[in-house]
Design a protein around this ligand. Structure first.
Ligand SMILES: [Fe+2]
Length: 453
């Protein structure tokens, strides 16, 4: 696939990628990058005068006093400090982007739900206006919980910029290609990749190939991290080197522009006279990142039985309760099934965590039909779910030879908090009214006869 070149307005740090977005490998690394030589101060953060007449500015992603191994901040050297804006903040209405707590008294969230893909319309929708909240969980004001969204984006943001003070955004494209022009560099994103945009980082989103649809997990809590691998050891699952952070890229454009800020669940706008993507150089460990899901190395049962789905965790955002995530991002992708004398699909269960799933492409093994690419499902806190009748009968009677699950990529946003449906999810999105019927035809097989299978 050809890689689209950068807009002419940008000056990017020199990379082997040349005129397309360049990246640096690693997750949580302490990076340094400069788009002009000598723009980055050496040996100190805040010289009396920065080179090129730049302003030094720190972006703190954790409290100043966070423990060293969790402390995240980035030093930016920019053309103008980001406090420079000409108007007071005014509230604006973004009606489809909801934040927790958002409990609509007319909407029932207790249930098993599944949706077909939310269709595109003829409307010109940007990253902001095209966000459709499906569920909310926890409380944005106390920085716990999350929201799940579907985005439908057909239009690039024009001289408009956005940041969320509430959350980091985990973005999972399903259709189309988007470009995230951020203060710290440029990320191009397409299906089979994910990106994380940190809390407080300013960016605009351009459509490279539309229409674009995908899923967003808005994390109100502690940042996503890689899960501990325990006895698995130092390799497999998601490896640090496969995460890519953009190199510095800036533009110096004097043009009337607006900045939209999501803050405590509400949206505000202010005006500025320039592009705020004017960070010439930066160093630090608080930065956007993308990851190719095709590099995820799944680990599973190689003799019998079926591990918990947490074995497929890509990223985890801790809640403060040890081992209990605010959010786990879990990936169900192509893999070999080899377990002997085993019911191989996910088993029936009830879970204290609540599970929002989405299908990126292909067929999911527990639901051969009905859960289609672009579709979502929700199995909420302590509500039973599992394979449908076709999956159960097929897996119970299958010849258990080694089998490759091919052409399959689904994911789960799993949170310790119950997820509440928005009115959009309950009434406007294509909810499948007959979803629970997929379990209706499961038969009683028990008749008291020992040894019957
Ligand atoms: Fe489940």
């Amino acid at each position: 696939m050809n890689r689209p070149t950068l807009p002419h307005s940008f000056v990017q740090a020199s990379t082997p990628q040349g005129t397309t977005p360049g990246y640096m490998p690693g997750f949580g690394n302490d990076f340094e990058t400069e788009a002009l030589p000598g723009a980055l101060p050496q040996g100190m953060n805040s010289p009396q005068k920065c080179n090129y007449g730049l302003y030094g500015e720190q972006l703190s992603g954790t409290a100043f006093t966070a423990p060293s191994h969790q402390n995240e901040r980035t030093w930016c050297y920019r053309i103008r400090p980001s406090v420079k804006h000409s108007k007071r903040y005014v509230k604006i209405d973004v009606p489809y982007w909801k934040s927790a707590p958002h409990i609509d008294p007319d909407v029932i969230s207790l249930g098993q739900y599944r949706w077909d893909p939310v269709p595109h319309t003829d409307a010109a929708l940007t990253w902001i206006t095209g966000m459709r909240t499906m569920t909310t969980a926890g409380d944005v004001n106390t920085q716990v919980g999350m929201a799940s969204h579907v985005y439908l984006v057909t239009a690039s943001m024009q001289d408009e910029y956005f940041f969320s003070a509430d959350s980091e955004l985990l973005i999972v494209p399903q259709e189309g290609r988007l470009r995230f022009c951020t203060e710290l560099g440029i990320i191009d994103l397409e299906p089979k990749e994910i990106a994380i945009i940190p809390r407080g980082l300013l960016y605009r989103v351009e459509v490279l190939e539309g229409p674009a649809r995908g899923f967003v997990c808005e994390n109100y809590g502690q940042k996503f991290d890689l899960p501990g691998r325990g006895p698995i050891g130092a390799n497999c699952m998601a490896n640090r080197r496969d995460f890519k952070t953009p190199v510095a890229a800036f533009e110096d454009r004097e043009v009337p522009s607006s900045v939209v800020i999501k803050w405590c669940g509400q949206f505000h706008r202010t005006e500025i006279g320039h592009s705020p993507l004017d960070v010439v150089a930066w160093h630090g460990n608080y930065a956007p990142v993308k990851y190719d899901l095709r590099t995820y190395c799944p680990v599973g049962a190689v003799l019998f039985d079926h591990p918990d789905p947490s074995i497929f965790t890509v990223l985890t955002a801790p809640s403060g309760v040890e081992g209990t995530a605010n959010i786990d991002f879990v990936l169900f992708r192509e893999r070999w099934m080899v377990a002997e004398n085993t019911f191989r699909p996910p088993w029936y269960h009830k879970n204290i965590m609540s599970e929002m799933m989405g299908n990126i492409y292909g067929q999911y093994d527990a639901k051969p039909k009905g859960f289609v690419p672009g579709g979502m499902s929700l199995h909420n806190m302590m509500l039973p779910h599992g394979p449908d009748m076709n999956a159960f009968e097929g897996a119970s009677n299958a010849d258990l030879k080694a089998e490759k699950l091919d052409n399959t990529m689904s994911f789960m946003f799993e949170t310790r908090f119950p997820q509440h449906l928005t009115r959009f999810a309950a009434e406007e999105a294509p909810l499948q009214d007959d979803y629970i019927d997929c379990w209706e035809s499961l038969e009683k097989k028990f008749d008291g006869t020992p040894g019957k299978k």
